[in-house]
Structures are given as C-alpha cells and as structure tokens.
Design a protein around this ligand. Structure first.
Ligand code: SF4
Ligand code: FES
Length: 247
C-alpha cells in the first residue's frame, strides 16, 4: 500500500507544532498501524531526520500506552480496537491519513504524538485502592460474590487507561475512566469500606487535574477499545450523590 500521512510534529511542550506530510510506500496490509509508523521512522532515521515520537508498549491491546487521533477518531476507524491492534487492511491504497496526539487540556503534548497522561495517575492515587488486613491470603471463595456483580466488576476492570475517552469527549472529560475505576472496586465486597470516600476523592482529583464535566455526549464509550459502557457514569453519579449527602 502507498499512503500519504499528515503527522503532527511538535519538538516539545513549548513548541507550537505543525502537520508534516510524508509519503510511505510498500506497506503490507497486514502491518499494524504502529508497524507502519515504524517503517516510516526507520526511513527518517536513515535520512538523518528525527523519528516520530509515539507511545507504545505491549502492542497487544492490553497496556493502554498507545493512542493517537487517526483521521480525527481516537484509535482510528475500527470499533473496540487499540491503535496497536489496528491493521492497515482497514485502509485503502492511496489513502491520506491524518495522525495527531490526544487533544485535551489535561493531557499536554510532550512531543509529537506523546501526551502526558499523569492526570490519570492522580485520579487513581486519590482512591483506586482498597484497604485490606495483611496476613495470609484468604481462601479464594471465602467471600461469596454474586456472579452478576463479579462480571460487572470485571467488565469495568478491563479499562486500560488509554485516555481515548478523554480525547474523544468535547469537554475533555475523564468521567468514563473514573466511572470504570470507581465501579470495579465499588461492585465488590472488598471495596465497600471506602466506597463513599473513594468516589468523592476521585471526582475531586479529576476536577483538580483539569478534566471537563460530562454532558452525556457518549463519544467516550464509542471510541473506548474495551467497550466500557456509558451506564457506569450513571452509577458513578449515583454513588457520588449518595456519598456527599451521607446516605
Ligand atoms: S474507559 Fe476506555 S477509552 Fe477510557 S481510558 Fe478506559 S479503556 Fe481507555
Ligand atoms: S501498545 Fe499496549 S495497548 Fe497498544
């Protein structure tokens, strides 16, 4: 495949940044999107140019490191797919593809396509834990958990913290991420002692980090590679109202 790429290049946080056009040729349709960028970067290095900086780690859709706007869509055109799991066969020979970093006030650009997602860490540090007695590990089924609760908690726990939900939201809101983190602990018996303080602390942390509010646009769940459902935001709001009203 031969493609025209328009890629956001930004030398550092203070640089203004701009779109730069590159032609790439002979790309295998079976290459992943990141492998296609690897091919371009090899060429840039050989030509003495600076390679395009982008985040990645596992390249198998589980770590949450990768992510970029591809033709204006977080993680690109395939539903429930991370950028590292997106393959070039989903594009056409001769396509023009725009590639940009996440655009959100709380995720400042570090370089090219790499953004600082430390604001997510602040939300997790505010309440993404439980307090449990130390000592010998309890038997696996010492605490009975209804299957429906276990399944819902597991679904919430599949959030990989990629930040696509924030990038897609017109308000730059982190509500889907926070909702997933609050739900996966709040649905379990082990998460009950801190359920009220957790939701208050995590909401405060996301507000302080500069994320916007939720207006139910629903863009977040549409681009989420793990299909985190929008109803978890309703659950988060319900937990928050109960917590602040002392119910
Ligand atoms: S909710 Fe989905 S889009 Fe948002 S950080 Fe988690 S996995 Fe990524
Ligand atoms: S590199 Fe780990 S999810 Fe994409």
């Amino acid at each position: 495949m031969n493609l025209k790429l328009r890629v956001w290049r930004q030398k550092g946080p203070e640089d203004k940044g701009r779109m730069v056009t590159y032609e790439v040729t002979d790309i295998s349709p079976d290459a992943s999107f990141l492998e296609m960028l690897d091919v371009l970067n090899e060429r840039l290095i050989l030509e003495g140019d600076e390679p395009i900086a982008f985040d990645h780690d596992c390249r198998e859709g589980i770590c949450g490191m990768c992510g970029m706007m591809i033709n204006g869509v977080a993680h690109g055109p395939e539903r429930a797919t991370t950028t590292c799991q997106l393959h070039m066969r989903h594009f056409n020979d001769g396509d023009s593809i725009d590639i940009e970093p996440w655009r959100a006030a709380a995720f400042p650009v570090i370089k090219d396509l790499v953004v600082n997602r430390g604001a997510f860490d602040e939300i997790i540090q505010a309440g993404g834990y439980i307090t449990a007695p130390t000592g010998t590990a309890p038997d696996a089924h010492a605490t009975p958990i209804p299957k429906a609760d276990a399944d819902a908690a597991f679904e919430a726990a599949t959030c990989i913290g990629c930040g696509a939900c924030v990038a897609a939201c017109p308000n730059g809101s982190s509500m889907l991420f926070t909702a997933a983190k609050v739900a996966h602990l709040g649905l379990m018996p082990q998460g009950q002692p801190e359920r009220a303080s957790r939701v208050i602390s995590m909401i405060e942390a996301q507000d302080e980090a500069g994320f916007g509010g939720c207006t139910n646009a629903g863009e977040c769940t549409t681009v989420c590679p793990k299909g985190i459902p929008l109803n978890l935001i309703g659950r988060l709001n319900s937990d928050y109202i109960k917590a602040v009203s002392g119910r």
